[in-house]
Design a binder for this molecule. Structure first.
Ligand SMILES: Nc1ncnc2c1ncn2[C@@H]1O[C@H](COP(=O)(O)OP(=O)(O)OP(=O)(O)O)[C@@H](O)[C@H]1O
Ligand SMILES: [Mg+2]
Length: 496
């Protein structure tokens, strides 16, 4: 079957779903959707891998909703996601897909009042989207019963594995009937994911969207070499020059994120930070403000790297180089979604240069080297913006009220001086307020950082890791799945 020409109509979806899909503005299925939906509707287990921002949520969401019996008041499907924000976002997308069918979806996550969740659960949701810990909590309290669940989805399964959630997931799955369908999705599928597949799935089909590179072509990728202490000035210059609509700046640790967002605020940007130590209310309000555009820069740990779909994110800055190539892929994937273009800039200190190579090897895509802009370049670009503003005012506005004052000034001064003063007045000159950032030690390539990566990384405390499993490997030590790159579909069991 040629997936390129498949329409939603061809997938044999019911009219209520077709209506929702068209309301959502989806004209045709994305490749992962075209390939997964027929298999999922046949109740097959599926491992779906496709680049960031290519519609994996609806790829499992559409068949999942299609299979819901709205007359049945039991929980019939459960989606597990690694972070609270992602659980909320996925539940919103499922709500939209199921809107005309009137399927009921509820998100359940930590940091939210459990009694409120228990009250919502009494309204008989058909679908639950949750984070592992809180889901398990409800199972143990017997406020959730999963014995009628026919579909389980693990979104960002590899991340949940990294976070040490494997035991929680195992416990959750042991409460779901064996004859269920299990779907597993991510943009990256490192080898250990097979363990999950072997353990929890029945003859899964691997659907891997044919792509040479792991990242979408519409993200332009750059790296900048800079000394640690110079990085912040370079970041602000880039923000001035590139003037992103919305930007995400990734920092390595929670302290880093706090310091960076404070420093950006001091320099006059509207920035806020998000990480795992903030209250859920704060995390949600920051994200909402960012989506609305009230803040232009979101500073984040990797808590925001996975799955988040915020339209308008035009630029991603890896202020600190990511822990591993997978993290890189997910971070930069917050831009360039659903066919839009985006730019990703990764800062590396001279000692971290190897890491760029390592990322390139994994993603099979070269990152272009960008020269850090100088102060003069930043001022120049700000001037250009002023000039553009002035041009548009000259062309579009009525200036008669200002002309007399202009004439008076011109009698007194040279025209060039008057215009230069106006430009200077309107130009946002780079602000050099002193900021304090605690230096981060460089991240080493190879296995040197094995011990330290767990003490200094985002995960500790960010996500309430439940057990001691630290199975995230360091740079260079991951055995990638070399076989079958580019296969459209194949039986997972044949690929070993
Ligand atoms: N068929 C479609 N046509 C147009 N837009 C779509 C289609 N399917 C999904 N989208 C939109 O594309 C965006 C990205 O989708 P989604 O979040 O599911 O990506 P993803 O593949 O899960 O990415 P990630 O790997 O980052 O989690 C969303 O805004 C979604 O609504
Ligand atoms: Mg996703």
């Amino acid at each position: 079957m040629n997936t390129l020409t498949i329409t939603f109509q061809d997938l044999g979806l019911s009219s209520s779903l077709m209506e929702s899909i068209s309301k959502m503005g989806f004209e045709e299925p994305s490749p992962i959707q075209a390939q997964t939906i027929p298999l999922a509707l046949q109740k097959k287990d599926v491992i779906g891998q496709a680049q960031t921002g290519t519609g994996k949520t609806a790829a499992f969401g559409i068949p999942l909703i299609e299979k819901i019996d709205v007359k049945n008041n039991n929980i019939q499907a459960v989606v597990v996601a690694p972070t609270r924000e992602l659980a909320i976002q996925v539940s919103e997308e499922l709500y939209k897909i199921g809107y005309h069918k009137r399927s009921r979806v509820l998100s359940i996550y930590g940091g939210q009042d459990i009694n409120r969740q228990i009250r919502s659960l009494k309204k008989n949701p058909h679908i639950i989207v949750g984070t592992p810990g809180r889901l398990l909590d409800h199972i143990n309290r017997k406020t959730i019963r999963l014995n009628n669940v026919h579909t389980m989805v693990l979104d960002e399964a590899d991340e949940m594995l990294n976070m040490g959630f494997i035991e929680d997931i195992e416990s959750i799955l042991s409460n779901v009937p064996d004859e269920r369908q299990t779907l597993l999705f991510s943009a990256t599928m490192p080898d250990p994911i097979r363990r999950i597949a072997e353990k929890f799935m029945t003859e899964p089909e691997l659907v891997k969207v044919k792509a040479k590179e792991m990242t979408v072509p519409n993200i332009t990728q750059y790296y900048l070499e800079a000394q640690e202490r110079k990085k912040f000035d370079i970041l602000t210059r880039l923000l001035d020059i590139q003037s992103p609509e919305l930007a995400i700046v990734f920092g390595r640790t929670k302290r880093r994120v706090d310091e960076l967002s404070e420093a950006l605020t001091l320099r006059g940007y509207t920035a806020e930070g998000i990480h795992g130590d903030l209250t859920q209310a704060k995390r949600m309000s920051t994200l909402r403000k960012f989506k609305e555009g009230t803040i232009e820069v979101l500073v984040a740990t990797d808590v925001a790297a996975r799955g988040l779909d915020i339209s308008g994110v035009t630029h991603v800055y890896n202020f600190d180089v990511p822990q591993d190539p997978e993290s890189y892929v997910h971070r930069i994937g917050r831009t360039g979604r659903a066919g839009k273009t985006g730019m990703a800039m990764t800062f590396v200190t001279p000692r971290e240069l190897d890491i760029v190579k390592n990322i390139e090897r994994t993603t099979k895509r070269k990152m272009e080297r960008m020269k850090p802009p100088t102060l003069d370049e930043a001022i120049e670009s700000q001037q250009q913006m002023t000039v553009e503003k002035m041009r548009s005012i000259i062309e579009n506005d009525n200036l008669s009220f200002y002309k007399r004052t202009a004439e008076e000034l011109l009698e007194e001064f040279d025209a060039q001086v008057v215009v230069a003063a106006a430009i200077k007045y309107m130009t946002k000159e780079p602000n050099s307020v002193e900021v304090k950032l605690t230096e981060e030690a460089p991240l080493y390539s190879k296995s040197k950082n094995k011990g330290r990566s767990s003490s200094n990384n985002r995960r500790k405390g960010d996500f309430n890791r439940r057990d001691g499993q630290k199975n995230r490997s360091s740079y260079g030590s991951r055995d990638r799945n070399k076989s079958g790159q580019g296969n459209k579909q194949r039986r997972y069991s044949n690929s070993k």
